[in-house]
Design a protein around this ligand. Structure first.
Ligand code: TRP
Length: 375
């Protein structure tokens, strides 16, 4: 780990992330009060909870893209998923936000499934595996409630005829020394990965190419994806005659393990959308919390919601009401709320969320082809 105590790259997130430091390093802006006010005009007069709670906390050119929209120039949304396994709740957080943006702005959504990337970067996964996960994950995307006819999912390996032409136009302007500096590639990095950044940047310009006019692009994504936009897509956009894509960045949902760790190799630290309800509930009941070791101490000293993954689950998705979220925070601090009760309430909420999601996921199988973009 680096000497600053955390690592955030598109392939690895480790340690306690200092988001202020990241914003500074990446050169992105915080979503400030003025921008919040501007956003409210489009989001039914209220701040979206993920903005209000700083889950989505930073951006590039969001004010610019809202001005364009105000002038009657609509934007599209671009996001994606690296299909390296089953979907967990952490993945769904930005998808729900993207779905809501789609509704607020009546925007098309382009959703990239990078089966190529995950095959190239994960030694143990075959291409059949990542393609399989891509179709599996696509069901979760659709189950989030994206609009049919306005939402297009594509697998890189299957949509390559269209993507490749865009990727090579991008790649021609990006040198090896640039991607080495941005992504940390070395001489032993496989050459698929060296080219891949051009493929992830390509969808930023895809609708403009498909429709033959320049269309602004807004990318909602976790902040670890920023190098693709900063170092590649935005760098080449003017040279290709396109708008630079705008971004809105979110934080990572912590895992249920100690220190908020979420790890694919420890399935008990994440709730997967396909978990049986009892399994999901048990994971929550066994989670690490910010509480004291005994009830007596908890009553006397109170807990620490700031380091508690359970509290973060409420904050990210499972308590819609700001007043009640605040109450939960204060009751934890004062010692009047015990971890057992707090977990039990969350377990019930997560379980009913999953129950509905799983039903929608099954239904998604019938409409999958309507959402998939093919050459
Ligand atoms: N590289 C991303 C991942 O590993 C997947 C992805 C592709 C993506 N395009 C994107 C994520 C655009 C956010 C926005 O998950």
């Amino acid at each position: 780990m680096s000497d600053r105590g955390f690592v955030v790259t598109p392939w690895e997130v480790k340690g306690e992330v200092d988001y202020d430091k990241l914003m500074e390093e990446f050169g992105v802006q915080p979503i400030d009060d003025k921008l919040e006010e501007k956003l409210k005009r489009y989001t039914c007069g209220q701040l979206h909870p993920q903005i209000g709670r700083k889950v989505f906390f930073s951006h590039r050119d969001l004010d610019w893209i809202l001005d364009r929209y105000e002038d009657g120039e609509k934007f599209f949304l671009y996001t994606g998923r690296g299909p390296s396994g089953h979907t967990h709740i952490g993945h769904i957080i930005p998808w729900i936000f993207t779905r809501d943006l789609q509704r607020y702005f009546d925007a098309e959504v382009y959703f990239q499934l990078t089966d190529d990337e995950k095959f190239l970067v994960k030694p143990d996964l075959s291409l059949e595996d990542t393609i399989g996960y891509a179709y599996d994950n696509a069901l979760d995307v659709i189950a989030c409630g994206f609009e049919k006819g306005k939402t297009w999912l594509f697998l890189d390996t299957e949509y390559m005829k269209t993507l490749y032409g865009i990727a090579v136009r991008i790649a021609k302007h990006i040198t090896f020394s640039t991607v080495k500096a941005i992504f940390g590639f070395t001489s032993s990095t496989n050459i698929g990965m060296v080219f891949f950044p051009a493929i992830q940047a390509a969808p930023c310009f895809l609708p403009s190419i498909l429709k033959g006019r320049n269309i602004p692009c807004l990318i909602p994504a976790a902040i670890d994806q920023d190098p693709y936009w900063r170092g590649v897509a935005r760098a080449v956009a003017p040279r290709l005659g396109f708008y630079k894509p705008a971004q809105i960045h979110c934080k990572f949902l912590p895992g249920l393990g100690r220190g908020g760790k979420m790890s694919a190799s420890q399935p008990e630290t994440a709730i997967f959308t396909t978990d049986r309800l009892e399994v999901a509930e048990a994971k929550i009941m066994n989670a690490y919390t910010g509480g004291q070791p005994t009830v007596k101490e908890q009553r006397a000293k109170g807990g620490n919601p700031d380091i508690c993954p359970i509290y973060q689950y409420y904050l990210f998705l499972f308590e819609e009401d700001d007043g009640r979220l605040k109450e939960r925070y204060l009751d934890c601090r004062s010692g009047s709320l015990l971890c057992g009760d707090c977990k039990e309430t969350l377990a019930k909420r997560v379980s009913s969320f999953l129950k509905e999601h799983q039903k929608r996921r099954i239904k998604a199988k019938n409409v999958l082809e309507d959402f998939i973009l093919r050459d």
